[in-house]
Design a protein around this ligand. Sequence first.
Ligand SMILES: *Cc1c(COP(=O)(O)O)cnc(C)c1O
Length: 342
Amino acid sequence: MSIIPYGRQDINQSDIDAVAAVLRSDFLTQGPAVPVFEKAIANSCGVQHAVAVNSATSALHIACLALGVGKGDIVWTTPITFVATANCALYCGATVDFVDVDPRTYNLSVTNLAEKLVLAKVRGNLPKVVIPVHMCGQPCDMSGIHALSQQFGFKIIEYASHAIGGRYKGEPIGNCRSSDITVFSFHPVKIITTGEGGVAVTNDPILARNMRLLRSHGITSDSAEMARHPAPEIWNYEQIGLGFNYRMTDIHAALGCSQMHRLIEFVTKRHVIAERYDKLLSDLPVVTPWQHPDSYSGYHLYVIRLKLKEINKTQRQVIDALHAAGILVNLHYIPVYRQPYY
Ligand SMILES: *Cc1c(COP(=O)(O)O)cnc(C)c1O
């Protein structure tokens, strides 16, 4: 029996050769591969700056910090996401609140967002940052969220790990037309992989600079940024802020560069599979993924909802039967506010 895994990386000989070339080179980290990978991401997204890090969780953390999130601030996100999307605000000492989703797309609902903002304005607890997640790869209504950000004065981190290679209104996800920063993950279950890895992209040079500092201890080696006084001229770096070691290695970046060559191929294949599922599931008592006409999904996930009243089985029974048939489905996602920690 062949198993259909929940997610699996696609590694070819070129990927292996790219990683092996780094292993034979002078630099395993802080060499030339990371900037090449960053350039490939920026070009593919149509964005100015890309800052590669060791995970999307790290990218979310430095994105929040670069936007000034701290103690006393409030960050809003969707409850239907992985916990990291909310945790990043807590790392900064901020508090988190959730905006309910649109039942058709499972994305943060702009109607609910607008209502919650009006209330928050009255109560004086408006969010500093809102983090919409492109659930399953289908982009959120970014025009709507952006318009509200202008009206209520919050910043936007677009969480797009499911959506790399996707499009919104014909433009690539990650171009940051309607957001301050977009974050992608390269965990092996995602669309392209670096093993572990993530990136934050932006058109704002100051945000990009601050995120570069934050990913490597707050250290700069740009002489224009160094005080040097009273240090001798030969001291070649200075710590000018407090940062972390969130760097991506050249080994990971080389895999990412190689995978980027097949991004379009990967997303196209996901669409072919999704169309096949749409057809084969159309007569069953399930809701298949509705797609907004503005969106071209990255299709990280194909989520179905069970019409439980028609099925006469519990969710557990359906999942167990699918597992027994070698189809390794998961339940996505446990709403973040249902996690004991929250
Ligand atoms: C993958 C994923 C993350 C975490 O990404 P890492 O690179 O593993 O840190 C967070 N949130 C969502 C919704 C994800 O899909």
